[in-house]
Design a protein around this ligand. Sequence first.
Ligand code: HEC
Ligand code: HEC
Length: 377
Amino acid sequence: MEPRCQLGHVHVFQAYVMRLKPDHGSSRGSALDRGENRRPIVTLVCSASLAGVVFLTSSAAVEPDNDAWIALGARLFSDRRLSADGNVSCATCHKPEAAYADGLSVAVGIGGHAGTRNAPSLMGVGALSVFNWDGRTHTLEEQVLQPFTTSIEHGLASRDELTQRVTEDPAYRRSFSDLAAVGTREIRSMDIATALAAFVRSLSAESSAFDRYRAGHDPDALTDSAKRGLEVFQGHAGCASCHTVGEAAAATFTDQRFHALGVGLSSVGTRLESILARIEGSPRSIGADDILSDPDIADLGRYLVTRLPEDIGRFRTPSLRNVARTAPYFHDGSVATLETAVDLELYYRRQSDGALTAVSRDEREDLLAFLRALSGL
Ligand code: HEC
Ligand code: HEC
């Protein structure tokens, strides 16, 4: 678990490091990308921040007016006017009542068009540093702007159109000008990103029975079954090697790395060669629009970012916070219930690591009780 100090600074600094260290030629992804060497950098940033050194760009300088930025972000988040047909907001696919997921297999955006991927819950996302199922973005500020201009999400023509729509609204103009970092200057897309990212960071996931047990030291917060489930999860079921629990109070339940379970690959299967040829032959780079509108491309996962054959079908380990509230499951939403998702995971674990001890029926029930205890209030 990364230290929580100055997380916003960490994101900005990581992005900065990534720009400094582009991965020339090898297409392996940087060391940061693979999650290596992250701890020393985070430690460095935290100690530097404590020493009063400021690494900030204007986009992350939200501290003085943080509550005002969050409130503004909340308004932008549910504003359907910021879409091509006036029907789609972030909350269309990240519904507050569904733990900021949407209950659908794959998200449905502008004009009722279905996308290719399951919308993740946004609760606790502020603690992460790689976003989307394929990890194609590395800062929350970058991530929150992306949906506005994809053709299946908000469908706007450009970021200029976004800032224009926001600026046309006198109420937004007033609220932005009240913020010290904006004042009388024009509203920029990065201001919109800052507000939305501040709002998303405020969606904490740490109010579950597990947190009362772990951080609140309340031994009665978990049932005996859930306590046994935690042991199985961290023990012989081998779940915690990817869905990290760690020693820190606030577990993220993800290692933020990429693994191939095989979900979705059967549909790509025999056509893989022609799909890869199509991508390689494409005159332009593959972006969010292609990923969200073409299921064949979407199923390639991490490969889309690194272009390494071994990354075909690898996806970021999802956090399991609120998992009982975010059915259906997996990157393509292909599994309807938590029970089946867990059964599949148990199957995959046995396939990939024959040394694992089998999980009994009772232990499976305990695992489920534990996963249900990860839902917030
Ligand atoms: C049409 C549905 C839809 C809309 C509208 C939408 N999202 Fe998403 N969002 C998704 C899907 C699907 C993903 C995962 C995409 C992927 O992995 O390629 C996602 C991913 C994210 C992530 C990354 C989460 C993670 O776990 O990595 C964030 C943050 C996010 N969206 C915020 C927003 C914000 C802010 C808005 C509004 C500006 C928004 N989304 C609009 C469907 C949507
Ligand atoms: C090797 C790493 C790894 C291990 C070990 C692992 N998982 Fe996962 N888990 C993943 C990845 C990656 C996904 C997403 C795969 C996809 O969508 O294609 C996932 C998805 C899930 C999901 C669906 C979550 C969602 O929001 O869609 C559940 C539930 C889950 N895992 C539970 C478990 C349990 C229980 C165990 C132990 C039996 C376990 N996992 C072990 C990597 C792992």
